[in-house]
Design a protein around this ligand. Sequence first.
Ligand code: C5P
Length: 286
Amino acid sequence: MSIFIRAYAKINWSLSVRGMRPDGYHELDMLMQRIELCDELVFERARRITLEVDGQRLPGGDRNLVTRAAQALNDALGKHMGAHITLKKRIPARAGLGGGSADCAAALLALNKLWNLRLPIKTLTQLGLRLGADVPFCLQNGLCRAQGVGEILTPMPDAPSIPLVMLTPGGGLSTPSVFRAWDACGRPSTDADIPALALALAEGDLARAQLLSHNDLETPAIQLMPEIRSWKERLRALGAPCVRMSGSGSTVFAAFNNAADARAAAAQIPGAILTRTLLETDFEEI
Ligand code: C5P
């Protein structure tokens, strides 16, 4: 038996940092959505846990979130089950697109099935949160508000599929460095009206979405990588009504009113990724 699963990237329409917790993590208030850009994973029964990666150099062994997800399931159940896992990587790393968390969530879902564990999604979510703050969100579909460190999730009404053009300048940024830079640069914090932003997206009003969205990590990320600002300006100049950095960067995404406008803008930028947001109905059951 083998299981195929897609692990979808995410974007942050908005990200407000609300403060720091004693454990060093930051309290956030975010509006997130999964997008069509994805990694692909295949899981097969095997004696040991092994991972083969195609498309990118990634940390191997215990440092990889896919292997760690498999290990966490075994540890939680006191078992020693194995799987050969193949990961085809397309989501850029250090990009603010949640690629590692998406792979981790996909591994929890697929191994739950491959190993016939029948664990409820709540248990997978608790295990996933220990592996990465974005994993609980990656176990959900559709548009979601995420609070706490990312584990308090409130589904929002589905928005139409929105065409996106994105690029990841400078080979990406390290998430802990961006949070450290936020601490050092005066902790800029903005309140975003997340329900109003979700409504603007549901109505396809991207100009209003631009006014209502924020990303508090843009200031520190731009300090570390100034070209993020120039790419934002370039995408606005190409006619995108809504442009933001995703997560802790360095990906900058531009949302367009229609696919033709997005294609025309992407054609101007070598290496740009053309994709779209996903609707709840786009997800297949595994
Ligand atoms: O949980 P994850 O491994 O994705 O987080 C990577 C790093 O990002 C953490 O070690 C922490 O430095 C930072 N982080 C944070 N607050 C969050 C999420 C991540 O400070 N809510």
